[in-house]
Ligand binder design. Structure first.
Ligand code: MG
Length: 276
């Protein structure tokens, strides 16, 4: 794979063909996909992507019952942290890792959920053990396990990675999430966790009036508070070579239009930073 290929994050659902067509038209060579929640047929999917000439770089887990309606709802429903669904979701995450393996994809990723900050807390120790279990499973499939940033501070994330202590644990750095959740300035956070970053989301957002209490606003790439040029400069500094995967969390035609606008900008910044 080329260094820093462009990428797009796409959901695998009944709109897949339309999204894939847009990705081809925009000449985006790689994608991260959100695993379908059922009927995970790797052969059909693999064929579709290889015919399109698009490489899947990461498979993301999503779980039934997750809701991003507001920050308290995310806390209650997202990832492997909520106790009621933990066993069942851990099992499903392993199935998704197997699905990724059949697609020949080298990484499984997820939002693990709101990790407690107190390292002595019982729930904290529990989620460390769950992450170790999943990381070991991914390792047995020859994969990395990428944790999407967002809900935790850079300090919290570093502590967690150290406590999990597995070589295949990495970070999928999404600078916009830190703004959306109010979990800290994204660029200083990237400096701190840079050595672990193995994939990124090029996504932009504006701070909420009360960060951490209410959502910030996700906006087209370059229209928000991230400072994407500086973000890419920092990626260069930390020696990141992976895909630059654009993410826009809306659906329909507007998503495709925003992808187009974002990719044009991203190409320009990429040339400024890497002269490629
Ligand atoms: Mg993201």
């Amino acid at each position: 794979m080329d260094r820093h290929p462009l990428g797009a994050f796409i959901i695998v659902d009944k709109e897949l063909d339309r999204r894939l067509q847009a990705v081809r038209q925009l000449e985006i060579p790689t994608v991260q996909i959100l695993a379908p929640n059922k009927e995970r047929d790797p052969h059909a999917l693999s064929k579709k992507f290889s015919e399109a000439g698009v490489e899947i770089t990461v498979v993301f887990c999503g779980f039934k019952g997750e809701s991003y309606a507001d920050i308290p709802t995310v806390r209650r429903t997202v990832g492997l942290v909520p106790a009621e669904t933990q066993i069942e979701r851990l099992k499903e995450a392993k199935q998704i890792s197997n699905f990724a393996k059949s697609l020949n994809v080298p990484a499984t990723a997820l939002h693990i959920g709101f990790i407690p900050e107190d390292r002595k807390n019982r729930d904290y120790k529990n989620i460390v053990a769950v992450a170790q279990d999943l990381a070991d499973f991914c390792a047995s499939n020859g994969q990395g396990l990428h944790l999407e940033t967002g809900q935790e501070t850079a300090d919290g994330l570093l502590n967690f990675i150290e406590d999990v202590g597995r070589a295949n644990i990495a970070v999928n750095f999404d600078p916009a999430n830190m703004i959306l959740y109010g979990s800290g300035e994204p660029l200083p956070a990237l400096k701190m966790v840079g050595q672990y970053v193995k994939s990124v989301h090029c996504k932009d957002a504006k701070w909420a009036k009360q960060p951490g209490q209410q959502w910030g606003e996700e906006v087209p790439l370059g229209d928000g508070d991230v400072n994407m040029l500086e973000f890419l400069n920092l990626l260069k500094k930390v020696g990141y070579f992976g895909p630059l995967t654009i993410e826009r969390e809306i659906a329909g035609e507007q998503q495709i239009m925003d992808f187009e606008k974002g990719i044009t900008r991203l190409k320009k910044w990429k040339n400024m930073v890497w002269n490629e």
